[in-house]
Design a protein around this ligand. Structure first.
Ligand code: LCV
Length: 259
């Protein structure tokens, strides 16, 4: 059964998460359907893409499907991980992608929302970065994302506390472009999308790619990159990483030992 629905109207594509039972987790199935839909929508005249959950959703997306996290010894967020793949495809799509946020956003879903170009949320929106709650070593591109958008100290607070940031402080920290009342959320989002469809798609596409390249222009020497990967390995090889996943699946708080 499909976990998303797709629509193209007046040059605006819409992908709606439609797996409320499992809180719109970014499972491989969800990611595959998103990638297929984006490909199909690009065959039409799509100038803007809106990514959203169903109206009235309490959870926009609960993030990576924890059942699909590899057990110790393998990088949980490697280059080819389905979630990491969809983040790259959203970032490199040559059209603006608007995340319309209603409900809570967790873990990798925060990264998906932040991979979009514009975030418009209502007061039920919240953002929670959960790697430390599960014992996951987040990846370099994901961390850079948060640093670029909210600055080092806010990023550290989100990663270290693994506490949800509610809509108002999230908007102040730059996680939301606009915070609007829920009854205006759709209207505001599609009004902005319509305005964008009237502008030059070539100019917009080039500006989006220029900003992506400039924002990720951080020289990292090979030895530094290898050091980072080595540090991440000590985490995903750890007992704590296994404990984090086990505790999640057993629906109990994890007991981390630092080993
Ligand atoms: C699998 C789930 C999930 C889920 N996976 O409903 O960023 S990183 O590095 O951490 C990355 C690895 C990542 O993204 O990790 C995932 C981070 N996500 C979370 O920590 C959120 C985990 N979920 C929750 O805290 C709750 O589900 C929320 C608060 C989102 C909703 O709570 P609520 O009480 O409304 P349930 O918890 O009862 O969840 C409904 C069903 O969805 C499953 C969950 O196991 C349950 O399925 P079962 O009824 O079959 O048990 N589910 C929720 N999140 N990330 N499965």
């Amino acid at each position: 059964m499909a976990v998303i629905t797709t629509q193209l109207q007046d040059d605006i594509g819409t992908i709606t998460f439609n797996n409320p039972e499992h809180r719109n987790i970014l499972s491989k199935q969800m990611v595959d359907e998103i990638m297929q839909s984006v490909g199909a929508l690009q065959k039409g005249r799509m100038r803007v893409l809106v990514i959203r959950a169903l109206k009235g959703s309490k959870v926009w997306s609960a993030g990576h499907d924890v059942h699909e996290l590899p057990l110790p010894g393998r990088d949980p967020l490697s280059y080819n991980d389905p979630l990491v793949t969809v983040l790259r495809s959203v970032q490199s799509l040559p059209i603006p992608v608007i995340a319309m946020i209603e409900g809570s956003v967790w873990g990798g879903a925060c990264d998906l929302a932040l991979s979009c170009d514009i975030l418009i949320g209502c007061h039920s929106a919240s953002f929670c970065m959960t790697p430390a709650k599960i014992g996951v070593p987040y990846n370099v591109s994901g961390i850079l994302h948060f640093m670029n958008i909210m600055g080092v100290n806010f990023a550290k607070e989100m990663f270290f506390t693994a506490e949800p940031l509610s809509a108002e402080p999230a908007a102040k920290a730059g996680l939301l472009n606009h915070l609007v009342d829920v009854e205006n959320l759709e209207g505001f989002t599609y009004d902005m999308a319509t305005k964008i469809t009237r502008n030059s798609p070539l100019s917009i596409g080039v500006i989006k790619e220029q900003i992506r390249l400039l924002a990720s222009a951080h020289p990292l020497s090979p030895i530094t990159f290898e050091r980072v990967q080595g540090l991440r390995r000590t985490v995903y090889d750890s007992k704590d990483y296994a404990e984090g996943i086990k505790a999640f699946l057993e629906k109990r708080p994890p007991s981390f030992t630092g080993e």
